[in-house]
Write a protein of this length. Sequence first.
Length: 217
Amino acid sequence: MPLVQFPDPRRADEEGLVAVGGDLDPETLLSAYRRGIFPWPSEGLPMLWFSPGSRGVLRFADLHLPRSLRRALRQGTWTLTIDRAFAAVIDACAKAPRPAQDGTWITRRVRSAYIRLHQMGRAHSVEAWEGEELVGGIYGVDVDGAFAGESMFHRRPNASKAALLHLIEHLRGRGLDWLDIQVMTPHMARLGAGELPRDQFLRLLAETRSRGLRLFG
């Protein structure tokens, strides 16, 4: 049983804050994700849990690749893998600079928690390699057949996009047709992502979980 019982995310405040406190035990994390809630640590504060009023979602049918990006991806020489280097991906995401952000939300506690989820088969990564060098990647959580993307990074132009597309093709092959990106960014908007009101997102999440898709393994 999870160590934290979360309130209904529809009771979140205007900022999307649902709850304060608790731990990052794997069952607590999974309980949150099943309710459409995710952690967002803030230095000096207890753990914060959010379910924003507008949720970022990438429907695969809406995926848009500009011509220049398609050309760059065709010319790329990356090797793409799944779950080959989860810890290295999360470490690279933690170190990646983020516009308008001071520091990273991927603290040591967060890192340890998601590595435990990975060891349980509930968190997964996609890696882009240039030879033996890790140059891009993305990781996220399998929420009973839905998938929540957590963070991505690149050390070569477009390497993270290549990893994202590899993830999408994998998920599409398992029957999934959308990706939870949590919070919209200009980058994801250019790829075709949009926002859903919280109620619509929660219905979509519940409907997808009820399908019993097996995304990995």
